[in-house]
Design a protein around this ligand. Structure first.
Ligand code: 5GP
Ligand code: MN
Length: 321
């Protein structure tokens, strides 16, 4: 599928979602490097917002374009890790103007919005799907590094239920390309800056248990983020830490994007499908990890979200506050 699309295009753009995470960076950079190395005659560009510093060990990230040139069009736009076209953010006009569009994604909320779609909601990550689409013997060490990074992040280091036998097979093959797997895991997933650990601590301290201990919620305002000197890129992992609290079925973590606009991150265990909650509020994601943005005070946002979660935990009583 990928070979056919690439054969028909001279110019190719790759784009991923706003506030890129490990899988977004991994899949975009893996595919970008693969095309550059295997399809040398093609002109390929990659468009992403600013990425977390820990992912900049992938050398080709220096080629990332952070803005578009008006009037530039591509034969093929490849949209990665986006459940809907709006998630592309600033690169959306390039998607709209491209002669052909191709979407590779694993969000259950994806509605197949491109001309050609390769959507597998059960896949661990978009990076695993990019791996599926490539010729394995043509994957270089550098491409393998990027795809491994993506798989590591979206599986929580091979821990979440989305990590299937095919995920481990892909990871094994990528390790055979000579990458330093443990270093990628340590440097990009576990290592945190002092400020990141401080805000994690703050979010845990300020968290509240709701719905008889089956739901946990916490938040950070813009002012608090400024106080600790952190930005949205530094908050990865907080909601997952909230979620592992004993007895908790659903965790929500909000942080303020602009005054009274909150980004909501949701995580769940087996009982709650948070993608349904996120889609109800105009966002998307997966059964156990989803998100959206909402306007209001943190109290309003929290109480609206809790109501929706409570509907999926029918034998808990939501206490009126
Ligand atoms: P996170 O909470 O880590 O930002 O996101 C969890 C999952 O939900 C990711 O797969 C992400 O792509 C998806 N997600 C997060 N925020 C949004 C959003 O605003 N809209 C949509 N459609 N998906 C989101
Ligand atoms: Mn992903």
């Amino acid at each position: 599928m990928l070979n056919k699309l690439l054969a028909q295009a001279d110019s190719i753009a790759i784009g991923g979602h706003v506030r890129p995470d490990g899988d977004c960076v991994g899949s975009c950079m893996g595919l970008y490097q693969y095309i550059r190395e295997v399809w040398k005659e093609k002109a390929v560009d990659v468009y992403l917002e600013d990425i977390p510093d820990v992912h900049k060990f992938i050398e080709a990230t220096k080629d990332i374009r952070h803005e578009i040139v008006q009037g530039k069009t591509y034969d093929l736009f490849i949209c990665l890790d986006c459940g809907d076209a709006d998630r592309l953010g600033f690169s959306l006009p390039l998607f709209r103007s491209a002669r052909k569009t191709f979407c590779v994604d694993h969000h259950v909320s994806n509605r197949e919005f491109a001309d050609v779609n390769y959507i597998f909601p059960d896949a661990s990550s978009t990076s695993e799907l990019v791996y599926d689409l490539t010729d394995k013997d043509k994957i270089s060490t550098r491409t393998a590094e990027a795809l491994y990074l993506g798989i590591v992040h979206d599986t929580g280091v091979f821990q979440y239920s989305c990590a299937s036998p095919s995920t481990f097979e892909a990871a094994a093959e990528l390790l055979r390309k000579g990458i330093d797997g443990p270093k990628i895991i340590e440097d990009t997933f576990y290592e945190k800056t002092y400020a990141q650990n401080q805000v994690l601590g703050r979010a845990l301290l300020e968290s509240i248990l709701l719905l008889e201990g089956r739901c946990i919620a916490s938040y950070l305002t813009k002012k608090q983020m400024e106080f600790y000197g952190v930005t949205a890129k530094d908050l990865d992992g907080i909601v997952s830490q909230l979620r592992v609290t004993k007895g908790v079925e659903a965790a929500l973590f909000l942080y303020e994007l602009e005054p009274n606009v909150y980004k909501v991150s949701l995580r769940s265990g087996d009982m709650v499908d948070v993608s349904r909650v996120a889609q109800y509020f105009g966002g998307g994601g997966h059964k156990k990890a989803a998100g959206f943005s909402m306007t209001g005070t943190h109290r309003d946002v929290m109480s609206n979200v809790i109501k929706q979660i409570a509907l999926q935990l029918p034998d808990t009583e939501e206490k009126e506050s």
